[in-house]
Design a protein around this ligand. Structure first.
Ligand code: MN
Length: 339
């Protein structure tokens, strides 16, 4: 047992800006059809405790971290970021949010770091905003899965991936509700959300980056997935097996890969524990991906900070793995410094 208190960095922690909330209210008011992301957003903009917690930066947030023994939060604008706005609105809300976040981080550099929000709808502008925001000191970029039902494996979005790879920072792909192409089957019992739909949507997105050949073109791109890897670590054996078997069938039309999907996943991805305070999937991720590729996260304010912190302090893993998961990997992968 290492003497002293375990430092803890939480790497998938949400906030909202007033402009983001105001624009989401307009999207909600203008909607005529059911939309699974708006179903949840109505709760987030309603003015209750969740809205308050998302908008709070200087208030209770640090006290909640201190009470649980969290040294740092890696902040990002809450899902769906700016991805449900028109391109011009998305560009301005993202830029203002990145300015606000960078200024907040600069006031508390030993307690907070941040991921940039980019207007994915306008790929060239998104690439420029990623460069600008990292220049302001932010530590990477977060994109909330699909944008208008499209995935980043589409070449029109590759300028964003090219810019992020060149900056040498990670791309965090965070969940949102499934695209319209798959959402209908999730609607009964509202399974579109974190109970299942988020992982199905975001795991599909991660897999499409691999099978779509994104890492042939961008071999140094680092992608981070939350929620213990959105199911992908569990399926790696079968993904490899079936990718090899059906890859010999010309009708799949797949990109030719120089590595197996699992080799690509281990080389290009890291995962966080966000929202999953449970030893079995943690041990699976450590075993399948290696101890260097797993980072702690809470998913504040959607899940309880103290519960996640208590869990990682007591999880049944080695002390060296605990230190890597709790803070060392986040320091290396996101370039975070506790002062
Ligand atoms: Mn989250």
């Amino acid at each position: 047992m290492t003497a002293g208190r375990l430092p803890i960095i939480a790497t998938e922690e949400a906030f909202a800006t007033p402009a983001q909330i105001a624009e989401m209210r307009k999207v909600i008011d203008a909607a005529t059809d059911y939309d699974p992301d708006l179903f949840l957003w109505k709760r987030m903009v309603g003015g209750g405790p969740l809205t308050e917690a998302l908008l709070d930066l200087e208030g209770d947030r640090i006290a909640i971290m201190d009470a649980a023994g969290i040294d740092m939060q890696l902040l990002a604008m809450t899902s769906t970021g700016v991805q449900m706005f028109d391109a011009a609105t998305a560009t301005s809300v993202a830029a203002e949010g990145n300015d606000l976040l960078a200024a907040f981080v600069a006031r508390h550099p030993t307690r907070f770091a941040g991921l940039a929000t980019v207007p994915v709808q306008a790929p060239a502008a998104a690439a420029r905003e990623a460069e600008r925001a990292v220049g302001l000191g932010l530590n990477g970029v977060m994109i909330n899965s699909h944008t208008n039902d499209e995935y980043l494996s589409e070449p029109k979005y590759w300028p964003i991936l090219e810019a992020i790879e060149a900056l040498g920072v990670p791309l965090y792909i965070h969940p949102r509700a499934p695209s319209r192409l798959m959402a209908a089957a999730y609607r009964p019992d509202h399974l579109e959300y974190a109970i299942w739909g988020y992982a199905a949507e975001t795991g599909l997105h991660g897999l499409r980056l691999i099978t779509g050949g994104v890492f042939e073109r961008f071999p140094k791109l680092k992608v981070v997935l939350g929620h213990m890897g959105e199911g992908i670590p569990y399926w790696l054996y079968r993904i490899d097996y079936m990718h090899h078997m059906t890859g010999q069938w010309p009708e799949t039309g797949r990109a030719k890969l120089s590595l197996t999907p699992s080799e690509t996943f281990r080389r290009n991805f890291a995962v966080t524990t966000s929202g999953v305070n449970w030893d079995p999937p943690l041990r699976l991720c450590l075993d399948a991906l290696g101890e260097e590729n797993v980072m702690f996260a809470v998913d504040y304010p959607y899940q309880e900070t103290h519960e996640a912190a208590d869990w990682i302090r007591s999880a049944d893993i080695s002390e060296s793995a605990r230190r890597k998961v709790a803070f060392e990997n986040a320091e290396r992968i996101f370039g975070m410094r506790r002062g």
